[in-house]
Design a protein around this ligand. Structure first.
Ligand SMILES: [Zn+2]
Length: 408
């Protein structure tokens, strides 16, 4: 798939006609604006015809799935791996600063009362995740004429469970889907652990069991309990049905992750007012009903509302890395009490860390550099290409950014 921008920079429908693209580029009627994903911009006025494109976002703390679809085709699909080291790096920094203060290396006027957090402050690790989701949505919207964005804001809809009589667009999906909602809540409430053996059976398949008959006591959370399949079968076989008693306790609060997803949703809504929301139980139901494999990108496809769109040939993999190493000196002094600089040169033989390079006709990334000019080359999933490849055999494809991109 080649993504196409109009002369004014607005995205058009992508094309699969590689021959035509080659001609346009050769004749100077288009130029390349991005290598990954491959995007060209037309240099002449064209009719700016577009179809409605839905973008589904499977938000996450470690992985993000993205899928842009029309009714019959997936135009873009990608998975991003987010940074998880921010909290650790900040506590290392805090430690280093504290140690430096104690060493009294220089006089500095005492500073105090400068610790007030501004309104809307989020912990840096959380803020980064919110920002990255926005960045990824921006990236897709810059290459495709996205008309509608959908984000999964929670695994289940707690408001619907609390007030089943609520009416509204997303509440008219029938009783069956209503049970999927409660089921997802009960699994969350019971920490995804069997309430009979507490996980001792090692059975990973979980069922949600009706304590009293569904006809008399219904699908309310108080009448449901999480059981592993082993215990569920055993309970029915040995007539232990009276082991549990229905109870209506209060509701368990939303998880941290759900709160983060609401931040992401609100962040996207600020920039793209056409954003809609959905819930995980709907995504899961759609995926299982259509017999689709479980992955972040496929979930995003289900969220986009076109689960049966023709799957793409390629998926874009994105890994987020830090831009630079801000620690100036090694933490532990070497013999003689000298603190060595912790800085690698900006360029080693013309290459930076995380540059995308061609080695033996394979595209890979520089994951480690040595002064000698022999580098550690890997793919984004960590697959080793070469532990010590000479810089002479490398060709630079793309300079390092904080979002490494690989098509596969
Ligand atoms: Zn069990």
């Amino acid at each position: 798939m080649v993504y196409v921008l109009a002369k004014n920079g607005k995205p058009l429908m992508p094309t699969k006609k590689h021959g035509k693209v080659r001609h346009l580029l050769k004749d100077g009627k288009a130029k390349i604006v991005k290598r990954t994903p491959f995007t060209i911009q037309l240099l002449y006025e064209s009719d700016n015809y577009t179809q409605p494109v839905n973008l589904g976002v499977d938000a996450g703390t470690k992985h993000v799935g993205l899928s842009a679809t029309t009714g019959n085709e997936v135009l873009f699909e990608g998975e991003a791996q987010l940074r998880t080291n921010i909290q650790e790096l900040l506590s290392t920094r805090r430690e280093a600063r504290r140690a430096r203060r104690n060493r009294k290396t220089r006089y500095r006027k005492p500073r105090f009362n400068n610790r007030k957090k501004p309104n809307g402050w989020l912990a840096p690790s959380i803020q980064n995740k919110v920002d990255t989701h926005l960045k990824l949505v921006d990236m897709v919207c810059s290459i495709l004429p996205v008309s509608n964005i959908k984000v999964e804001v929670a695994q289940f809809d707690i408001h619907k469970i609390k007030n089943p009589e609520i009416e509204g667009e997303q509440y008219q999906q029938g009783e069956q889907l209503g049970f999927w909602n409660v089921r997802e809540y009960v699994l969350y409430r019971d920490n995804h652990t069997c309430q009979y053996c507490r996980g001792k059976s090692k059975d990973s398949i979980l069922n949600v069991h009706h304590i009293r008959s569904r006809q008399s006591h219904g699908d309310r959370p108080g009448n449901l309990v999480t059981l592993c399949e082993t215990c569920h079968t055993k309970l029915h076989k040995e007539s232990l049905e009276n082991y549990f008693h229905p109870k209506d306790k209060g509701f368990k609060d939303e998880s941290q992750f759900t709160i983060l997803r609401w931040f992401i949703y609100n962040g996207i809504k600020e920039k793209y007012p056409d954003v809609n929301l959905t819930f995980g139980y709907i995504t899961k139901n759609t995926r299982i009903k259509n017999n689709l494999p479980k992955s972040h990108a496929v979930d995003a496809r289900c969220i986009s509302g076109n689960p049966l769109a023709k799957p793409p040939v390629n998926t874009l993999y994105i890994k987020q890395v830090r831009k630079n190493n801000r620690q100036l000196h090694k933490f532990n002094p070497s013999k003689g009490g000298i603190r060595k600089a912790n800085k690698a040169p900006y360029l080693v033989k013309g290459f930076r860390l995380f540059d995308k390079v061609l080695y033996n006709n394979r595209k890979c990334f520089i994951f480690g550099r040595r002064k000698s000019g022999y580098f550690d080359l890997r793919l984004l999933d960590g697959t080793k290409i070469h532990a010590s490849a000479s810089h002479k055999r490398l060709d630079l494809i793309e300079s390092a950014t904080s979002m490494l991109k690989e098509v596969s």
